[in-house]
Design a protein around this ligand. Structure first.
Ligand SMILES: [Zn+2]
Length: 296
């Protein structure tokens, strides 16, 4: 079973997701309902697989980290969810009313253009949040670092983040999707793929996707993005590693996972459990905190 999950689970899930998305599209189903029903079923399946076959036990969910996730879910999860998926849904409805120039092109071509253009802006926003210097760079890092504080990376920790980071991505995503003038169908397919990869990239299960790692960002690539060792922490793409390959930040080693996950200098920051301090970071970087309750 472990071999099946390692080599076949993810490609089959990808195929099933695409098949379901196309079926919903051509059956004229309500796209938001199809999108959310399938996303909920997929999340339940992935949670089950992760619980039964965790890759590293030290990176798996613990009671303590689960309670931390719940706090983030209550405080920022709703906003994050609404902003993350709201941009796609808003763009789908706007696209159907507007019928932009790109909407006349073949669907697959539109999908490629939407994915590469969105990823270009996402890549630089994400890379600047990690690497830019000066007041703006520091501010961007303080809106994003919350997501990098956890030392365990698994499905549910996806919710750990700052609403300002979600809001910036919302503005970026909606602006790009609207400006491109693609059809609602192309944006829908893009949203479905982005949703799948976002989930799979935090999956604490041993997946060996082979050449697919050059096309889509999954668990093997994104785990390196969460590495505590900055030398191996590239991979800023969220859907495709295309711009990482172009700009030299692609990190992939089929036989190696990071030694440790988290930020490179945790002593400079509160822990992800100290939610008031982490939420205050963009506004009060010098907020006092103690590391007594360091997470495991
Ligand atoms: Zn990041």
């Amino acid at each position: 079973m472990a071999t099946f999950i390692r080599f076949w689970f993810y490609p089959l899930l990808l195929l099933a997701t695409l098949a379901f998305a196309l079926l919903a599209l051509y059956a004229d189903a309500s796209l938001p309902i199809a999108f959310s029903t399938f996303a909920a079923l997929r999340l339940a399946l992935l949670l089950g697989v992760e619980l039964c076959w965790p890759y590293r036990k030290t990176w798996a969910i613990s009671w303590r980290s689960f309670i931390r996730d719940l706090k983030y879910a209550v405080l920022v999860g709703g906003t994050g969810f609404a902003l993350k998926f709201g941009a796609t849904w808003l763009a789908i409805s706007a696209a159907d009313e507007r019928r932009g120039a790109l909407a006349q092109w073949p669907l697959i071509l539109q999908l490629i253009i939407v994915a590469l253009t969105y990823e270009f802006f996402q890549y630089w926003q994400h890379r600047c949040s990690h690497e830019a210097r000066g007041p703006l760079g520091r501010f961007l890092w303080r809106t994003h670092l919350q997501h990098h504080l956890p030392r365990r990376v698994y499905l549910l920790m996806h919710v750990v983040g700052h609403p300002l980071n979600f809001a910036l991505i919302f503005i970026l995503k909606f602006s790009v999707l609207y400006a491109l003038g693609a059809s609602g169908a192309a944006i829908y397919l893009f949203g479905v793929l982005l949703g799948l990869q976002g989930l799979v990239s935090h999956f604490n299960v041993q997946i060996s996707a082979g050449p697919l790692n050059y096309l889509l960002v999954g668990t093997e690539l994104h785990r390196h993005h969460h590495s505590a060792n900055l030398a191996e922490a590239g991979n800023y793409g969220v859907l495709t590693p295309f711009w990482d390959i172009v700009f030299g930040t692609f990190r992939y080693d089929a036989n190696k996972a990071p030694e440790a996950l988290g930020v490179s200098a945790p002593e400079h920051y509160p822990t992800s459990n100290q939610i008031v301090a982490t939420m205050a970071l963009p506004f009060y970087p010098a907020v006092p905190y103690s590391r007594k309750n360091d997470e495991p």
